[in-house]
Design a binder for this molecule. Structure first.
Ligand SMILES: [Zn+2]
Length: 237
């Protein structure tokens, strides 16, 4: 292998490593944001469970007040009934008292249903609370791990970049300029390997002339994507 190929491959190794590290680094903020979003959603679930429980408690209290009111009404009728003199008036009063009792019994049935609902709602709240508390504990660790990863990636990128100048200095300016243009596209392999007449970057077939130049280890670019080419295949293969 000619020296210029080895030198350019060494440079490409550094650059592709930096590109990979930068790609990984770019994903970290979204990952942190997702953790926050998920946690916020969990918090909302807990709030809703709490509100559901409280609103049932409120309904139960409302029924309690209604029962108290109806009992007072029954007492009032009872007192009044003792004072009426006419028989049909007395009957009407007893009838009113009976109505109130039926009403109270209806409210009490509602209350029982509400009690069951409250128990179920409280269970939902308890399990949501457990999920939330566990999450609350792990979220900091998860975010710290990502922050740590972010720092490591940044340090590794800086290290790679600082070593790059020395590696790049070995590449001739005209090759470096073509290579840099391809690297700047930020995708694919700037210096692509040719295998069985196919460009390793765009995967299209090269002309026999191009393949010939590549085998002779001359500076050659892909006929389709323009990327620089080299091969590990020998002329006889
Ligand atoms: Zn190509």
């Amino acid at each position: 292998m000619k020296q210029w190929i080895a030198d350019l491959l060494a440079l490409q190794e550094v650059d592709l490593r930096v590109r990979g590290l930068k790609t990984r680094l770019s994903l970290v903020p979204d990952e942190i944001a997702k953790i926050d979003r998920d946690f916020e959603a969990e918090k909302n679930k807990l709030t809703h469970a709490k509100e559901a429980s409280l609103s049932i408690e409120l309904e139960i209290k409302k029924r309690e007040a209604e029962i108290k009111e109806q009992n007072e009404l029954a007492k009032k009728y009872q007192i009044q009934s003792a004072m009426v003199k006419k028989n049909d008036e007395y009957k009407a009063m007893m009838n009113e008292i009976e109505n109130v009792k039926v009403k109270i019994s209806g409210i009490e049935t509602e209350q029982l249903v509400l009690m069951e609902k409250l128990e179920a709602a409280r269970n939902v709240f308890k399990s949501e609370e457990k999920i939330f508390k566990d999450r609350e504990k792990s979220i900091l660790d998860e975010k710290n791990e990502l922050k740590e990863l972010e720092g490591k990636l940044q340090a590794e990128i800086e290290k790679q970049i600082s070593s790059r100048a020395e590696v790049a200095a070995k590449v001739t300016p005209d090759i470096l300029s073509t290579y840099s243009r391809m690297l700047g596209k930020n995708k694919g392999t700037p210096f692509a390997e040719v295998h069985q007449g196919i460009c390793g970057n765009c995967h299209l077939k090269l002309t026999p002339q191009t393949v010939n130049s590549v085998r002779k280890e001359m500076k050659a670019c892909c006929d389709n994507c323009g990327h620089l080419l080299y091969t590990n295949e020998t002329t006889s293969s």
